[in-house]
Design a binder for this molecule. Structure first.
Ligand code: NAP
Ligand code: G4F
Length: 346
């Protein structure tokens, strides 16, 4: 009987952390995840996985923070993982303008501390760095691949470029299996509620259930290459199984504006988005990435990866989920168990 592989996932409580841990657990991995201490427990997304896999000893959580380098090195020593997936980040681009120092500390020194812990481990540990299409800057209307220039437009993007380059430098200098996934936007019902897609689908559910009457967004003309998060974590896994560590773009090869997302999402419940949506300066960024479109030919050819969920299916799956969530919220509001809140600061 072959023994289970051991994975360590930083950022396991996030959207991708949920999908990746589910995928690895289903592949019989032992999964360790880092959780930040917060005043409320923040494991909502992975609670069903904890219930199913923790009693079997397959899912183990540890308090850690990328800013606490000693916790990272002691975890790596304790766990002796085969694979480390560094998903942890302050991942909201607009917040990175408001909290640039924190975003940069986590994205640069945090990621580097983890790389150092792996470099000094006696075990040969594979490392995945969550790089981002945001690093490209998206000024021109062109398809972007692994060789496209990196032109950061936010503290978030600059910090991702630092970690991306350090991962390449460690790979080349110390012959380590350090791989970079340059992922274009990927969404799901588990997407954070302040990212534009989820903000829209949550609002649709609430509008339909009479909890919310309007939706205020920022730049409606921005265009993104949006895929489904479940498809993208499969790509992460495949990169880590490839014989050599490399840089890989994952993207659908289609781009849509925020307006197009709005149109499909509102139409799916027979509403006209223009009756509900307004645009406010409040949600504009100091510098905008206007257009992102990815070319993932390399991953499609060498990893046999391809996205399975189309843009239209993605929008529908998010709207359907949030309609049900709003139905449950409405019951709680009607029973005076919670108060409706919906105006978001970011
Ligand atoms: P997410 O939902 O925002 O999750 C981020 C995770 O990082 C959360 O678990 C968060 O913990 C954790 N975290 C934040 N600060 C931390 C710190 N100082 N120490 C340890 N953990 C910390 O992001 P995601 O969408 O899953 O994305 C996963 C990774 O891929 C991120 O690095 C993101 O930048 C990158 N990425 C995402 C996309 C995308 O479209 N989703 C595209 C390209 C790259 P809490 O739950 O406690 O906040
Ligand atoms: O959903 P967003 O906040 O995602 P963004 O900025 O593209 O970043 C996401 O994808 C990156 C990959 O390219 C990741 F690295 C990053 O971690 C994150 O997951 O915004 C998408 C677009 C932007 O152009 C933004 O200006 O939507 C526009 N937008 C318009 N109104 C809005 C809003 N974005 C947000 N968050 N909120 C709005 O009200």
């Amino acid at each position: 009987m072959s023994s289970s592989k051991i994975a360590l996932i930083t950022g396991i409580t996030g959207q991708d952390g949920y999908y990746l841990s589910k995928l690895l657990l289903e592949k019989n991995y032992i999964v360790h995840g880092t959780v930040r201490r917060s005043s409320n427990i923040n494991t909502d997304r992975i609670d069903p996985l904890i219930a199913e896999y923790s009693p079997k000893g397959m899912l183990i959580l540890h308090y850690s923070d990328l800013l606490d380098s000693s916790s990272l090195s002691s975890l790596v020593n304790l766990i002796q993982p085969d694979e480390v997936y560094n998903l942890a980040a302050q991942s909201h681009v607009n917040v990175s303008f408001k909290n640039p120092i924190f975003t940069t500390q986590v994205g640069t020194l945090g990621a580097l501390s983890l790389m150092e812990a792996i470099r000094y481990s006696e075990k040969r540990i594979k490392f995945y760095q969550a790089s981002s299409s945001e690093m490209f800057g998206g000024k021109e209307r062109i398809m972007l691949d692994e060789n496209s220039p990196l032109i950061p437009k936010s503290p978030y993007a600059a910090s991702k470029i630092f970690a991306h380059h350090m991962s390449q430098i460690y790979r080349d200098s110390y012959d380590l299996f350090f791989t970079n996934g340059i992922l274009f936007n990927h969404e799901s019902p588990y997407r954070g509620e302040t990212f534009v897609t989820r903000k829209i689908t949550k609002a649709i559910g609430r509008i339909q259930h009479g909890i919310q009457s309007k939706l205020t967004l920022g730049n409606l003309d921005a265009s993104r290459d949006w895929g489904f998060a479940g498809d993208y974590v499969e790509g992460m896994y495949l990169m880590m199984q490839h014989e050599t560590p490399e840089d890989w773009v994952l993207a659908t090869g289609e781009t849509h504006t925020v307006k197009e997302f709005l149109e499909i999402a509102f139409n799916s419940v027979n509403l006209n988005w223009e009756d509900y949506v307004e645009s406010s300066e409040k949600y504009f960024r100091p510098n905008e990435v206007d257009y992102l479109l990815g070319d993932s030919s390399k991953a499609r050819k060498k990893l046999n990866w391809e996205p399975k969920i189309s843009f239209q299916e993605l929008v529908k799956l998010m709207v359907d989920h949030d309609m049900k969530e709003a139905e449950r919220e409405k019951v709680l509001i009607d029973n005076n168990l919670i108060k409706p809140t919906w105006e978001n600061p970011i």
